[in-house]
Design a protein around this ligand. Sequence first.
Ligand SMILES: Nc1ncnc2c1ncn2[C@@H]1O[C@H](COP(=O)(O)OP(=O)(O)O)[C@@H](O)[C@H]1O
Ligand SMILES: [Mg+2]
Length: 324
Amino acid sequence: MSEAEAEAVGREEVWIEKYRPTSFDDIVGHEDIVERLRSYVSRNELSHMLFSGPAGTGKTTSAVTIAHELYGEDWQEHFLELNASDERGIDVVRDRIKSFARTSFGGVDYRIIFLDEADALTSDAQSALRRTMEQFSNNVRFILSCNYSSQIIDPIQSRCAVFRFSPLSDEAVEEEIRHIADVEGIELTEDGVDALVYAADGDMRKAINGLQAASITGSVVDEEAVFEITSTARPEEIQTMVESALSGDFTASRSKLDELLTDEGIAGGDVINQIHRSVWEFGLDDEQAVRVLDRVGETDYRITQGANERVQLEAMLASLALEK
Ligand SMILES: Nc1ncnc2c1ncn2[C@@H]1O[C@H](COP(=O)(O)OP(=O)(O)O)[C@@H](O)[C@H]1O
Ligand SMILES: [Mg+2]
């Protein structure tokens, strides 16, 4: 959640929790994944699982839903959620796993441990985790969650059924936010829906948080409210900035950039992502689009390596303007 969103939501009940699905029927998109999970649950035969994919796509939700479907009301007794990057270290995580696996089971065959951010563990820590998984495999099923499965050591991957969560489709995001707006009685305009879907870019958490925050700050959730509260540039603004640079007008391009970074408080990395996402929709000729993408790649790399965002973005626009 952005700072503005957090501030707006304040003490209200958080919709990403209020509307988190607890049954397979309520999970939108991911049809293949849901079908596989249903079949595990209906046979009551869970293997260890690895959920990989970007934020806000339903990894935690799916794990919680499995527990609901398997255990019903008592699900919390049999489901432990841990974060692998617990700053107190892997030993603390292991101790909690051990005590959870040893307390009395009250009639169920196995319990579930959901370990979030497993890719934050070093490979040594993952090896230790693998041994713990073996040790308790009689009566504990592990569900690991990560952003990149390539960061998980092979011996763990080979013991898990791997599920790849892709960014949610625009249709799936739209369906869910329309549903929530409906239940909450929010006035949500069509351009507001489009803006939420665009800002979310496949991340349902972002879409729902954006909807909630925008609904608290105004009576109508429209495009303007959404772009402001989610710190997202309008696609037109991004396009104008890039086109000015490509036409050789560096000054205009730079002042647009300044507006985005300073007046609208948008992060440099987000500006880069937005250019990357929409460059094919600007109607540029192929050669121009290729030049932009080439610079975007370089700028993105430098920013992720810690270079000053504004300097890098200005340099990118300058180089596009120079090559005109
Ligand atoms: N496929 C989905 N269907 C319905 N809601 C979803 C879906 N994926 C995510 N959400 C919503 O977005 C929020 C964040 O999802 P979560 O499962 O926590 O994402 P992550 O993949 O980061 O673990 C959830 O609380 C839920 O309300
Ligand atoms: Mg999660």
